[in-house]
Design a protein around this ligand. Structure first.
Ligand code: HEM
Length: 450
């Protein structure tokens, strides 16, 4: 006790000096100043979810254990790292997150109140560039219309058609890694299949995939910057991806094929095609979402098995347990840590007053360790039933690629279990420095054939 915490909830408080008109940690405050409050600290006083160095050591589960117990609807005060110089709400319990994700009228993926920017990151992104243009940062009805167009391309029946191709690709990838013996599990194995699959799905020539992978890595990782900051390198990577997407759309418009980009190039909603900006952003979203998250779930899932060789052996013997193991890996890895919403009206959550325009973050990773839903939540248990994890989110924005991600994981682990006898770490795992994507940058392993 004794430290100060800035709080906007129910505690008896004094005016918060950090919220004086015109004061913003980055000078970017774009919401009207409001009377916030200064409180004595509670049991979560030292938690800073904007300090990316904390995430570079692995996801801070212990912080979220305390939040779920003591401050399930917590006002995260502004810190030296906080984008836009303002605080945000942190939801850590399963039930609250499900409720908010299911109420898109009150909690928008675009914006709310008098806020000018918005979106699903803690930092505000500009309206008409990302917000209202990217599928995941759109509200209904436009969101539902665009989503409906894409659904058939990622439905289980459609994906079944590419399963054999994925199996062949997986075999080639695993054999190449086994030939090396010592390899980087993240680069050589976990990243390759999702990347090849998303290239196939979108109609990207396979020879371009590593270039796109490189741009996505630069754009999504926070290795040389803080939240809300863009460097010349990240700006260039974003611009290159968008330019590539525009060229691909032009090619697919002129010469369509059986792929998702051709479908989007020719699709219409109410008789009108998607805008050029929507198309370019859809491409960037799918390349990033399709490659980054799945590879992290694969790598973190493999790490769990490397640490538990008895599970590796039992899965090898009994492949009927693989589906359950994949679900547990998804829960365990929770590779998308959080998504944000913006309150569109004044409301309450628990005993906290949420105001129109407030940023509200839903921490899927924390929901997935909530003991009220998952008994013994910090135990990796491939026999967990039921396993209603939120790794793919919940509600109208539920992950569009969930069927593909599940199939990639099943196919790759099936192939690994067939061909790899032992796997051991040869150096410490290097985690991504991000509070948005929980994952691995490098995972040096030694593989021996079965
Ligand atoms: C293990 C892998 C994956 C995880 C953990 C994951 C996680 C998520 C989560 C949590 C959301 C919800 C976002 C929100 O509510 O704001 C989401 C949405 C989305 N995901 Fe995934 N994802 C994965 C794989 C994929 C793949 C392979 C693709 C594409 C091929 C994909 C494409 C999308 C898209 C387009 C959305 C936005 C859907 C919408 O707004 O309607 N994801 N994903």
């Amino acid at each position: 006790m004794g430290a100060v915490q800035l709080d906007r909830g129910s505690w008896p408080c004094e005016p918060n000096p950090l919220r004086r008109p015109g004061f913003g940690l980055h000078g970017l405050l774009n919401v009207p100043p409001r009377t916030d409050t200064l409180c004595l600290a509670g049991p979560v006083e030292d938690i800073d979810l904007t300090d990316l160095d904390r995430f570079a050591r692995g996801f801070p589960h212990a912080d979220f254990d305390r939040l779920r117990e003591h401050e399930p609807v917590w006002w995260h005060p502004p810190t030296a790292h906080t984008p836009d110089g303002e605080g945000f709400w942190v939801l850590s319990r399963y039930a609250d997150i499900v409720a908010v994700a299911g109420d898109s009228r009150t909690y928008s993926s675009e914006t709310g109140g008098e806020r000018r920017g918005g979106g699903t990151l803690i930092e505000d992104l500009p309206v008409d560039w990302a917000v209202g243009v990217l599928l995941n940062m759109m509200d209904d009805p436009r969101h539902a219309d665009v989503r409906r167009l894409l659904m058939p391309s990622v439905a289980p029946r459609t994906l079944k058609l590419i399963e054999d191709d994925l199996r062949q690709r997986a075999a080639t990838i695993v054999d190449a890694a086994l030939d090396k013996g010592d390899c980087d599990f993240l680069i050589d194995l976990a990243a390759e299949l999702p990347l090849q699959a998303v290239a196939q799905l979108l109609g990207v020539p396979q020879e371009d995939r590593h270039q796109l992978f490189g741009w996505a890595n630069v754009a999504l990782d926070y290795d040389d910057r803080d939240l809300g900051e863009a460097t010349a390198r990240t700006q260039a990577a974003v611009a290159e991806t968008r330019a590539y997407g525009a060229r691909l759309f032009a090619a697919k418009t002129a010469d369509p094929a059986e792929d998702l980009m051709s479908l989007a190039a020719h699709a219409t909603i109410d008789g009108r095609p998607l805008t050029d900006m929507e198309k370019a952003m859809l491409f960037s979203l799918l390349i990033a979402a399709g490659s980054e998250t799945t590879r992290n779930s694969i790598a973190v899932g493999m790490l769990a098995l490397i640490e538990r060789p008895e599970l590796w052996r039992s899965l090898h013997e009994d492949r009927s347990a693989l589906d359950g193991a994949v679900e547990e890996m998804l829960r365990w890895a929770s590779s998308t840590s959080y998504n944000r919403r913006t309150a569109t009206r004044d409301t309450t959550l628990g005993d906290r007053r949420i105001r129109a325009g407030d940023k509200v973050t839903l921490w899927w990773t924390s929901a997935n360790r909530d003991a009220s839903v998952f008994p013994d939540p910090h135990r990796f248990d491939i026999g967990r039933r039921p396993n209603p994890h939120l790794a793919f989110g919940r509600g109208g924005h539920f992950c569009l690629g969930s069927n593909l991600a599940r199939m990639e994981m099943r196919v790759l682990f099936d192939t690994l279990l067939d061909r790899v006898g032992t796997a051991e770490l040869t150096a410490p795992v290097e985690y991504t420095r991000s509070n948005k994507h929980t994952g691995v940058r490098h995972m040096p392993v030694r593989l021996t054939p079965r």
